[in-house]
Design a protein around this ligand. Structure first.
Ligand SMILES: [Zn+2]
Length: 214
């Protein structure tokens, strides 16, 4: 069961990937974790990646792909894996397809969590956080008193990442760089789309229905 998660930032890819990992006993693999792990362990690939990061440059697609392929060939991924945040661009997807084909492998499913931009903007702009670490949402998890943390009484703030302008910029990058992957995997015949508006529980049931077909 080799799975790629697709969808806009804020659509819930990471959450669903975590739940898939737990239910099906396959690792949830994110590029952020792979980078951290390799740099911490001082691997050859990690050293190369760190060189780019220290210079403030983007890690090239091929190196990122090498790191991912190295990770998915570790023992715990023998029965499959769920990739979250990779591939992010068409060249990365092509590099992954090629590297897997060289090992006689291929991805089984690319699952897209489909959600309108406006829904994402509304969801994210409703988030509020407290410096104590508590998180809220003005509609879904409101504090007892508006704008005030239930736990410590401090004033709640909007994170920079959740500000509508920031969210819109991230969505623009997504539509330009990552959304073309939806067509790419459609052409490969492995795209499955779930409706992101139905909520986390229903969304996960829809994913399980897809994965349990085999
Ligand atoms: Zn607080």
């Amino acid at each position: 069961m080799k799975i790629i998660m697709l969808g806009a930032p804020g659509a819930g890819k990471g959450t669903h990937a975590g739940k898939i990992s737990e239910k099906y006993g396959i690792p949830h693999i994110s590029t952020g974790d792979i980078f951290r792990e390799n740099i911490k362990n001082g691997t050859e690939l990690g050293k190369k990646a760190k060189g780019y990061m220290d210079a403030g440059e983007l890690v090239p697609d091929e190196l990122t792909c090498d790191l991912v392929v190295d990770r998915i060939h570790q023992d715990d991924a023998k029965n499959g894996y769920v990739l979250d945040g990779f591939p992010r661009t068409i060249p990365q997807a092509e590099a992954l397809t090629k590297a897997l084909a060289a090992a006689g492998e291929k991805v089984d499913y690319a699952i897209e969590i489909n959600l309108d931009d406006q829904v994402i903007i509304d969801r994210m702009s409703g988030r509020r956080v407290c410096s104590c670490g508590a998180t809220y949402h003005i509609v879904n998890i409101p504090p007892k008193k508006e704008g005030i943390c239930d736990k410590c009484g401090k004033e709640l703030v909007i994170r920079k990442d959740d500000e509508p302008e920031t969210v819109k910029k991230r969505l623009e990058v997504y539509h330009k760089q990552t959304a073309p992957l939806i067509d790419y995997y459609k052409n490969e015949g492995i795209l499955r789309v779930i409706d992101g508006t139905t909520g986390l529980e229903q969304g996960f049931q829809d994913i399980c229905a897809i994965l349990d077909q085999k």
